[in-house]
Structures are given as structure tokens and as C-alpha cells.
Design a protein around this ligand. Sequence first.
Ligand code: NAD
Length: 331
Amino acid sequence: MNKQKRILVTGAGGFIGHHLVKRLKRDGYWVRGADIKYPEYEDSAADEFEILDLRKYENCLLATRGGVDEVYNLAADMGGIGYITAFHADISRNNILINAQMLEASRQNGVSRFLFSSSACVYNQAKQKDPDVKPLREEDAYPADPEPGYGWEKLFAEELCHYYYKDYGMETRIVRFHNVYGPLGTYDGGKEKAPAAISRKVALAQVNDEIEVWGDGEQTRSFMYVDDCVEGLIRIMASDYRDALNLGTDELITINGLVDLVAKIAGKHIAKRHNLTGPQGVRGRNSDNTLLLKVLGWEPSIRLEQGLGITYPWIASQVVPQASPETVDVA
Ligand code: NAD
């Protein structure tokens, strides 16, 4: 990448966007961040950080003004499974506005590359009914039967990216994240995802306490550490591949296994209380990285135990003030 490039990261006040801004600044680029809020846990490293509601077209024009070359569009109304199953109308409306307006403003302002952050929630739900799930390949998004609300919106915005390339020649990149975790991510308030929620519950538990697990805990997922996510984003943006690509690991684990792993890292014995009425999403989901490897010659490699070994102490230090995140490297 040319170091004189001007890069816009939307959602720069959020988890992945904040880490991406840090990395792009370390790599020497000029970076503008945009979000409706500032990052919660530390200041942004961006050259400019603008508070903008990107559902509004005029704000998208402001965000993309001044010769921005590349846009990483990470802004979205999103959260864990509890959140995305509770607010279908708001999430769909907010995200379709952000993505449609950001694409058009980027085109109007002559942005040369636009990356859209999609999700594994686009995959056909019928293909995710078994905990021992066959890893999902990119073509498994069709025939379309994605997660209601959030998944439908992501799938449509993927199509919109294709239309902008086809009709206007705008270079678009589409990344389907599988669950991302790491330090500086939301761990409470209702928008947190499983690794953060479990880390918080374990940190607050006394030894031998019981923590609540949604579902029977036998549902499976794979989880990607945020440094791998940022590396993948930069590589996909630089690639010449325009169709959707998985970005995740294929290290499958049950939610019960995730609790046991966090408890092991915390050095606590923790019992599980299964709440069978809690939202649990699809039964099994894993990433097939065949295409990612073919396109990039690279795939995420940070093992879950290693990533949680950095994430857990950070969350523990936030929720239990005397806990020290000595081993945390949040760079
Ligand atoms: P996040 O919630 O931490 O960050 C999203 C940011 O978008 C937030 O800071 C939020 O304030 C901002 N935002 C929301 N509405 C906005 C608006 N109207 N105007 C401006 N900013 C607005 O989430 P994240 O985990 O960093 O996710 C980044 C992207 O990756 C999102 O598009 C998300 O859908 C996608 N994704 C994330 C995961 C994951 O596991 N974290 C998985 C799949 C997809």
C-alpha cells in the first residue's frame, strides 16, 4: 500500500475499527475515524476522529470528503445473539441506511476502494443445524435463508457492493467475519458476544460458583482473535478479489468448551447452569478457509487459548478492579 494513502475507518469508535485504526497508524497511513461515539476504553490513534451519524447521507459525504482513497466500512448497529435476535426492525433499518449511504457517498467523493464488513450470519440457516457442522463455504449463503434482520441486511448490502462495481466500476471488497474477540471489546451492557460475556461472568464468579449459559451449551462456533481479523482486513482490501470471503478460524468449540477454557485460564472451577430459554442462534457454525487461503495465501492462525489468554485478563481487570492485566498486550 502507498503510505500517502488517506484511509477512512467507519465504526472507529467500536471494537474492530479501533484496533484497525491503531494498526493503520502504526503502518504509517493517514487515517480518519468516524463513529457516533468515541472509543470507550482508550483514545483513538486516528489523525482525525469525527462524530457522525452515518445513517444520514450528508454525514457520509463529510466522512468521505477530502480525497479519501480507501474506506473500511465497519460501522453497524450490532451485538451478540441476544441483541440481534431482539431488535430486527431497528438493526435492519439502521444498517441498510449506513451501508447504502456510505456506498453512494464514497462513489460521489471518488473513493477508489470500499470494504464492507459482512458476517457469517448471512449463511443459510438450514446448513447450520448440527453442532458438528460442515465448515461453511462462501457459496453456502445461497439459497438465501440468513439470520433474520441482521443477516438479511448484510446479505443485501453484499449485493449492493456488487451492483456498485457492476454499474459504476467502484472497487468493493466483502469480508464475512466469523465471531471476533479480543481486548477493548464490549463485555457488558447487552451487546457483548459469547467470549466476552463468558469472560465477564467467570471473572465475577467466586471459585466453584455457577454461571448461566444460554442453551444447552452444545452449540458450536469458531472464534477469531482481533489481531488476525485486522491482518485479514488489510490483506483483503489489498487483494483483487471482489466476491465475499470468509474471515475466521476453523477451530470449532462448543460453548460449554469455551466456558471450560476461560475457567482454566482464570484458574477457577466453574459450574454451568443452562438456561434453555436463552437465545443461542444456529446450532453449529464454522469457517471453511479454502477460498481465503487460495486468494490470500494466508489465514488466521492465533489459537483460541492464546487469544483468550490475552482477552480474559483484560476483561477481568475491567470488572474486578484489583485484577491486573499484566499479560495484556493490547497494541
Ligand atoms: P462494534 O459495535 O464494536 O462497532 C460498530 C461501531 O459502529 C460502533 O462503535 C457503533 O457506535 C458504530 N455505529 C453504529 N451505528 C452508527 C451510526 N449510525 N453512525 C456511525 N457509527 C455507528 O462492532 P465490531 O465488533 O467492531 O464490528 C465491526 C463490523 O464487523 C460491523 O459491521 C459488524 O457487523 C461486523 N461483524 C463483527 C463481528 C464480531 O464478531 N465482532 C462478526 C461479524 C460481523
